[in-house]
Design a binder for this molecule. Structure first.
Ligand code: PLP
Length: 395
């Protein structure tokens, strides 16, 4: 079988073998409902609580501040809708950014239809918000500031601690979508003044379909899912024991491996960036520094992202163009438009996201495949003429 390099770890990562192994007993002999009172259920209950401790440790939180959810999207929805519903303010206003994941953007747009006002902060050309603009957007009726920790398309990392300090100073709740950050870069909810944080297991070695929310002690938000008294009455639904156990083990491994993986992946990423930028009319999207360790993102002029992905796959590389969750969507990515790229350039985006599965050889393979694919596509492109794009970015 020809080599296939998986460079789409920001879309999802493989389940770590140790995670799978730890989960298996809870599909089998340990199938009890953790809420049951008899001793047969103790092992399941203890396993869920041990996982809570491990997720808390990853974030610098206490176990009582961690609530399990079905995914990152649920945690984002819960944080935002829950904060708005719990607010006693007559008029309600949210501040968020133009580059959020759709789990946040679509939730805010939904709330706008219900009468909530939303400010979408712009970002600079590297994908970072301005703290002055954030301060200027605050109103007496602002109930929530929601700013993502790290962007899923261009890897930019926001000044979370400073944003949290501004929110705290004004008595406004601060939520961060940390789905791309958790398990990859250090997070300390106390030091960073975070009130609400969403994470997702499948981005760092747990299965798809498990997430968690950090709710700072004392913060009151309404539940999203009503029902039984699970998760201390704040999120109903019989606990998904195997997946929760898996999330705990993934959090534990992430914590242990983080310093080494950050260094290793940053080196691979930088080599990938250096190699890809040798292609003419190709540039990096997102910041040069202070970006997610495994994430390299580009715009390649004169070609279409869709065609690039298909041809890269034929050359043995799994990559993505824009957000994983919106691939199949033909509109250019809202993130690339927000950093100021024109439509025709944004269409040629490429995201290569490296993770624990990737090696030096993988980077070599990508750097060999990419120029061949790009030159083939450019030779067929109607917007490529005499070795350059018909509309260059700087024209
Ligand atoms: N937020 C960000 C930044 C993401 O990248 C994703 C998934 O790609 C989500 C939220 C949604 O997470 P989940 O797939 O667990 O619902």
């Amino acid at each position: 079988m020809p080599k296939l390099v998986y460079a789409d770890n920001a879309a999802t990562a493989r389940v770590l073998p140790q995670v799978l192994e730890a989960m298996l007993p809870y599909f089998g002999e340990e199938y009890a409902n953790p809420s049951s009172l008899y001793p047969f259920a103790y092992k399941a209950k203890n396993a869920v609580e041990a996982a809570r401790e491990k997720v808390a440790a990853l974030l610098g939180a206490t176990a009582r501040e961690i609530y399990f959810t079905s995914c990152g999207s649920e945690a984002d929805n819960w944080a935002i809708k829950g904060a708005v519903l719990a607010s006693k303010k007559e008029k309600k206003h949210i501040i968020t950014t133009a580059i959020e994941h759709h789990a946040v953007l679509h939730t805010c747009q939904y709330l706008e239809k219900k009468g909530v006002e939303v400010t979408y902060l712009g970002v600079d050309e590297t994908g970072v918000i301005s703290l002055d603009e954030l301060k200027a957007a605050i109103r007496p009726e602002t109930v929530l500031i929601s700013v993502m920790f790290a962007n899923n398309e261009i890897g930019s990392i926001q000044p979370i601690k400073e944003i949290g300090a501004i929110a705290r100073e004004h008595g406004i709740l601060f939520h961060t979508d940390a789905v791309q950050a958790a398990g990859h870069i250090p997070i300390d909810v106390a030091e960073m003044n975070i009130d609400l944080l969403a994470l997702s297991g499948h981005k760092f070695g747990a299965p798809k379909g498990i997430g968690a929310m950090y709710i700072r002690k004392g913060v009151l938000i309404d539940p999203l899912i009503h029902g039984g008294g699970h998760e201390r009455g704040r999120r109903a639904g019989t606990e998904n024991v195997p997946y929760t156990v898996g999330l705990g083990v993934a959090a534990e491994i992430a914590m242990e491996k983080m310093p080494g993986e950050m260094e290793r992946l940053s080196k691979l990423r930088d080599r990938l960036i250096e190699g890809a930028l040798k292609l003419p009319y190709t540039f990096l999207t997102g910041p040069q520094e202070n970006r997610l360790p495994g994430l390299a993102s580009f715009c390649i002029e004169g070609i279409e992202g869709e065609a690039l992905l298909l041809n890269l796959y034929n050359a043995g590389v799994c990559a993505s163009s824009g957000s994983a969750c919106s691939s199949g969507d033909l509109d250019p990515s809202h993130v690339l438009l927000a950093i100021g790229l024109p439509h025709h350039v944004a269409h040629g985006s490429l995201r290569l996201s490296l993770g624990e599965v990737n090696t030096e050889e993988d980077v070599d393979h990508i750097l060999e495949a990419l120029p061949q694919v790009v030159s083939k596509l450019r030779s067929m492109s109607p917007v490529w003429e005499n070795g350059k794009p018909m509309w260059h970015l700087e024209d």
